[in-house]
Design a protein around this ligand. Sequence first.
Ligand code: HEM
Length: 218
Amino acid sequence: MSPPDPNGRDSLRARLRAATGPAHRALEDSLDWRARVATLAGYRDLLARLHGFHAAWEPAIGMELADEPFLGPRRRLALLAADLGHLGLSPTGIGALPGPGPVRLPGAGAAMGALYVLEGSTLGGQVIGRHITSLHGFSGDGLGYYRAHGPRTGAMWSIFLERLERFSDDHTAVTAGAVATFAALRVWLCGPQPGEAAGSITMPERETRLSETIMRKQ
Ligand code: HEM
């Protein structure tokens, strides 16, 4: 039997989009990306936080999916390091950037849910990337993370969605993984960093608990 159409009403993608819609809006609101990328220092801080997140989540996703030909072109940690280098951070400085700590995902379904969040961010990322280009002039160097798949964004997303539908039977785990990843990303990008004063964002209790179940230290 062929997998469901990713754009169909009963697709796993449709269910995921409905389940994570509120989290997407909450992240967009908390991120306040226009203000953050308005200065080079703010843009660098955002990339540094994304670097910490990808450094923790990409290996966790890779371990559970065990499919490097599929995941490899979607990894963006090296792009973040190159952008940060272009913005003046030394390799030692990049290596010393804080991260949320090791993550373990409970299976391939949860990993696919987490990847749905990271791949989905390449869509809105195109809007953010164009804005950064207009403000700071970067187009190649310095914009690798937001450029991501560039002109192949639509094709990469379609291929991702086709693969996602193979996980329909595991939809509970995929959804839990996606919801938890959105919550963890919001905490990491918008909350205080290690060593900073606490404050700024309030996480709904349920989201915090979900993300804690996934972000177990090894
Ligand atoms: C790091 C933060 C973000 C993450 C993790 C994220 C995640 C996602 C995900 C998972 C999707 C796919 C939804 C679907 O199934 O269709 C998506 C789509 C999208 N996001 Fe975001 N997003 C982020 C930030 C933003 C921001 C700041 C904007 C606004 C500029 C934005 C605009 C969009 C747009 C326009 C789409 C495409 C909707 C469509 O074509 O159906 N996103 N994002």
